[in-house]
Design a binder for this molecule. Structure first.
Ligand code: HEM
Length: 455
């Protein structure tokens, strides 16, 4: 459970000029400390584990395994539904994943007070709003109730099935405009750069009322900041990510000020204008909107890219979709199952828990390999086969389960269906025409470059 003692409580403002000067002078030291605790230290453990052949270490550190993780998933599966690794327990089982993700014995936070003193000091010293990412509290992704319930209630109103259905015309218009531009260009293009990344960022920008002309900035910041979801970043990548995070927080600060002055009819205007008894602190506001913005485009780009490659490899299924576009709903589910855009999450036991015949001690970590659970043969027969007509494809846990189930799942599905259907209608002869390059990430799985010929 996330327990932040008053002494640990983050400082959100630096009052006087002297304090501001001190904060600026301390910034490089804070960056180094932050990187050391969050990345350098985990990297030592992960590298050691990977060298010993530990599967989780290999999954997180070996770039070849990152590109093709499914063999390691099967090695783990052969050892049982919940197995020990150098880094705690890990599951490849759909049943165990669902149980852990839904159980109130598990949470996403961790008890900082149980950490060694030096680590606690380092976390306090290094804490800074402008350098914080989506995997740090108070991002709802990593906080437990009651805070989680409070944040979630505020945003989920904008993502009800009815609200999501109302986005469809905007998503379709956005996809059509991007395809018009592609049609003019013709020939060979990078489909990630020109379409798969553009559609989600334009849609989420519209939803959050942020200026569309900033989309190139968001894409650049998002690509760098997405790396902070992975443990063990090199100093160079961490500094690039932190730079992007600072730029995003700077942008958000201006955006909030603008909407406070001139509120519009969007989710962020509502969040900045909440009545006093519901109001979010400045830090909570940054964390919530940063998560929506980042999650809104850093994941759906992977769904679209993974789908195009899979359907190119299974051309008969692309043709079947063209013949009967009503199949796109299930095709999107099958892509999410077969090549899940978010591969890994985890939970910490809040109290001792029995799972799959094993005792998980309080504070024990369970790594949940979502991508592996989605290929569990207990639930999905011939699970490695890509089949857009699979009847239970939708039972995947690609959007997680339980209280952290993806808020944007409906929107992501809509973008997947509309985006792919429109692409196939406009460019029925589209083919992958070069080697797609995977993003250098472990938690997220997708393509950085996807060369295609539009024909
Ligand atoms: C294909 C696209 C997407 C995938 C695969 C995906 C996947 C996920 C997963 C696996 C989680 C939960 C992680 C965990 O349990 O630890 C999650 C949470 C979340 N997602 Fe998504 N997501 C996608 C698109 C979106 C979009 C478009 C939005 C934007 C609105 C969004 C917003 C969020 C938020 C706010 C959370 C945190 C929910 C919570 O902690 O209660 N996601 N997503």
């Amino acid at each position: 459970m996330q327990t932040i003692t008053p002494a640990d409580r983050p400082t959100t403002s630096v009052p006087g000029a002297v304090d501001r000067v001190t904060a600026a002078a301390l910034r490089p030291a804070r960056t180094v400390v932050r990187w050391s605790v969050r990345h350098a230290l985990p990297a030592v453990f992960l590298d050691r584990a990977a060298r010993r052949g530990d599967p989780v270490g290999r999954l997180l550190r070996d770039t070849e395994v990152r590109d093709q993780p499914y063999g390691v998933h099967e090695e783990l599966r052969a050892r049982g539904p919940l197995v020990g690794s150098g880094l705690g327990l890990v599951t490849t089982s759909h049943a165990v994943a669902s149980e852990v993700l839904r159980s109130d014995r598990f949470g996403v936070g961790w008890d900082r007070s149980a950490a060694p003193r030096l680590i606690r000091w380092a976390l306090r010293f290094a804490d800074e709003l402008d350098a914080s990412g989506v995997a740090e509290p108070p991002s709802m992704l990593v906080v437990d109730p009651p805070d989680h319930t409070r944040f979630r209630r505020l945003v989920s109103r904008s993502f009800t099935p009815r609200a999501t259905a109302a986005f469809e015309p905007m998503v379709q218009r956005t996809a059509d405009a991007l395809l018009d531009a592609l049609e003019l260009r013709g020939g060979t293009v990078d489909l990630v750069e020109t379409y798969a990344a553009q559609l989600p960022v334009l849609v989420i920008a519209d939803l959050l009322g942020v200026p569309l002309e900033r989309r190139a900035d968001f894409l650049r910041w998002g690509a760098a900041a997405a790396a902070t979801l992975d443990p063990g970043l090199s100093f160079r990548r961490y500094v690039a990510a932190e730079h992007a995070l600072r730029a995003m927080h700077g942008f958000l600060r201006e955006h909030f000020e603008r909407l406070r002055r001139e509120p519009a009819d969007d989710l962020v205007s509502r969040l900045v204008g909440l009545p006093d008894d519901e109001a979010l602190t400045e830090r909570e506001l940054h964390a919530t909107v940063m998560l929506l913005l980042g999650a809104g485009f850093e994941t759906t780009v992977n769904l679209l890219g993974n789908a195009v490659v899979l359907l190119d490899e299974h051309r008969d299924q692309w043709e079947a979709m063209r013949a009967d576009p009503t199949g796109w709903d299930n095709a999107v589910e099958e892509v999410l199952r077969h090549d899940s855009p978010v591969q890994i999450t985890g939970r910490t036991a809040r109290t001792e828990a029995e799972v799959a015949g094993r005792t998980v001690p309080a504070g024990g970590r369970v790594t949940v390999l979502l991508g592996a659970a989605n290929r569990d043969p207990e639930l999905f027969p011939d699970a490695a086969r890509f089949d857009v007509t699979r009847t239970n494809a939708r039972e995947h846990v690609a959007f997680s389960a339980g209280i952290h189930y993806c808020v944007g799942a409906g929107l992501a599905r809509l973008e997947g269906v509309v985006g792919l259907r429109a692409l196939a209608e406009r460019f029925p002869e589209l083919r992958v025409s070069g080697r797609p390059v995977r993003r250098d990430l472990q938690t997220l799985r997708g393509y950085e470059h996807l060369p295609v010929t539009l024909r």
